[in-house]
Design a protein around this ligand. Structure first.
Ligand code: AMP
Length: 280
């Protein structure tokens, strides 16, 4: 596996791959890799000749400096894991490779997709995400790029980015990988205390209960149900929303022919966890 630390070697590699007609699959990550990331890598390996994984903790998508400073870094493990699963290259860009004009993100609008949930509670987050992803697409020029449904809103925004700028890249969604007890895998899970980790499957359990509850209750009642459930836990609910999967607008009334998805963000002390569930 190639370990690429400078952008020149990435440029040379991409030229070589393009010249030989080698198809490129791209998996962007922030490292501290787990089986959720690996599911994206496996999907890419199946569908492309050459898979490039990037590991870059993108400062502009963090709206909270403590979250950024405490983001786990496990470089040696990450390299070993990627080698083991057969990725062809891993790219560790420097900040100046991604931000040649200084560490600021560009401003993006995606028909309101960026306004709800993560966009509302993490101001500037999606500007940072769109900026870094657009830059990566420019550098790597993949045929296919893989994004987890764990960050469903991010996935929708990247799909919109590609559409808006007519980028010739296929965005491939990958289902959420969960721990055996249902907790959605996340790099941040290692920051949970043992007792928070033991309690954390409740997040997915409440999502499943909400899906069931919604069958015989209104959206408003279901939201209230979830709020009450979280009062019985040590987690603090930041938001629970039921939205139209297409435009991510919150839905107040159930309509037929609508694809609904529930989204949740909770705090375990200062560790923020997100999850989502298809309600159809
Ligand atoms: P991150 O390193 O958290 O930025 O995630 C990199 C990519 O992996 C994103 O597309 C995430 O949605 C995806 N990802 C992270 N956790 C999971 C998971 N548990 N299941 C599926 N995909 C995931």
């Amino acid at each position: 596996m190639e370990v690429l630390n400078d952008i020149k070697s990435v440029h040379n590699l991409i030229i070589k791959l393009k010249q030989t007609g080698t198809t490129i699959g791209f998996v962007p990550t922030m490292g501290a890799l787990h089986q959720g990331h690996i599911s994206l890598v496996k999907q890419s390996l199946k569908e492309n000749d050459y898979t490039i994984v990037s590991i870059f903790i993108n400062p502009t998508q963090f709206n909270n400096s403590e979250d950024l400073n405490k983001y786990p870094i496990t470089t040696d493990n990450d390299i070993e894991l990627l080698k083991k699963h057969g990725a062809q290259a891993v790219f560790f860009p420097k900040v100046e490779d991604i931000y040649p004009n200084g560490l600021v993100s560009e401003h993006y609008e995606f028909n309101g997709l960026e306004m709800q949930m993560e966009g509302k509670f993490r101001p500037g987050h999606f500007d940072g995400v769109a900026t870094v992803i657009r830059r990566f697409f420019e550098i790597i020029q993949p045929l296919n790029a893989y994004f987890g449904e764990k960050d469903f809103q991010q996935l929708r925004i990247v799909q919109e980015l590609v559409k808006t700028y007519h980028l010739p890249i296929r965005i491939v969604p990958v289902a959420i990988t969960r721990e055996k007890d249902g907790l959605a895998m996340s790099s941040r899970n290692v920051r949970l205390t043992q007792s928070q980790r033991n309690e954390s499957p409740i997040i997915y359990q409440i999502l499943l209960q909400a899906k069931d509850y919604l069958k015989n209750h209104t959206i408003e009642e279901t939201k209230k149900f979830v709020e009450e459930k979280f009062k019985e836990t040590s987690f603090e609910l930041e938001y629970f929303e039921i939205v139209d999967e297409k435009n991510l607008n919150p839905v107040n009334e159930k309509l037929s022919n609508q694809k609904l998805r529930a989204f949740i963000a909770v705090f375990a002390d200062e560790v923020r966890l997100i999850d989502n569930l298809d309600l159809n």
